[in-house]
Design a protein around this ligand. Sequence first.
Ligand code: BJW
Length: 235
Amino acid sequence: MRTVVLTGAGISAESGVPTFRDEDGLWEGHDPMAVATPEAFDDDPDLVQRFYDQRRAALTRVEPNAAHRALARLEDVLGDDLLVVTQNIDDLHERAGSIRVHHLHGRLRSAWCTVCDSRHPWTEPLVDQPGCPACGRARLRPDVVWFGEVPYGMDLVHEALFSCELFVSIGTSGMVYPAAAFVQYAAARDARTVELNLDASESSTDFEVSRRGLATELVPAWVEELLASGDLGQQ
Ligand code: BJW
């Protein structure tokens, strides 16, 4: 069954990666949403670089959880019929074993040169303004998508959404577009729609099935149910 799984910050929360809009979400007294913007980067590049440098460094201290692993197990069965579209910039899906993962909002472990438009695997801080490995200019920024910028690979995502039979959303508040509208695209093509989230999201009412709870409990249970159903057609 052609399946698209959309994930958000909630799937990585139990690994110790902070979400954006949950309680005590401040970073050094700043609202993360105000830091993750092109305007903030223009106003205070060092502040924004430090925000991402700290999050990149923190990746070495976190591990995938049972929810990431359950999706990797689902891919073992569905193969190319499963696409995970993640809004997360961490690499926990890949470290859990998922292969078909699309990072809609970019990746922490990638740097983008705003001069020569090259991209580079990156694990070190960017605040010290290292030179671009391709052109040598010191204009690297985190390879992530901020408000007002175009999410990555929308053609690929649209193609997957328009042909999927099952759409599942995990751990996202449904407040950020275009991801918040994916359920509507999938439903318009008669896909089954399932939401697995701790709280009600902005788009909960758009889903046929909406379950509340921790991702580490809901996702493995849902994957088991799906696999046990035999035809992968029942949730
Ligand atoms: C758990 C849990 C547990 C907790 N278990 N669950 C249409 C209408 C209105 C506005 C717009 C619109 N279209 C575009 C806009 C503007 C804008 C936008 O959406 N604004 C809104 C504020 C209204 N969108 C954009 O600008 C986007 N670009 C765009 O649309 O370009 C035009 C275009 C589109 C398509 C084709 C061509 C052109 C870009 C958006 C970029 C968002 N960037 C960020 C930062 C990325 C880098 C970084 O990580 O720092 O992405 S913002 C931030 O929000 C980040 C996240 O990926 C994203 C979503 O957050 P998420 O994942 O939902 O996290 P939370 O914290 O909000 O929610 C966590 C959820 O988990 C909660 O519900 C909890 O209950 C749950 N949870 N623990 C299960 N243990």
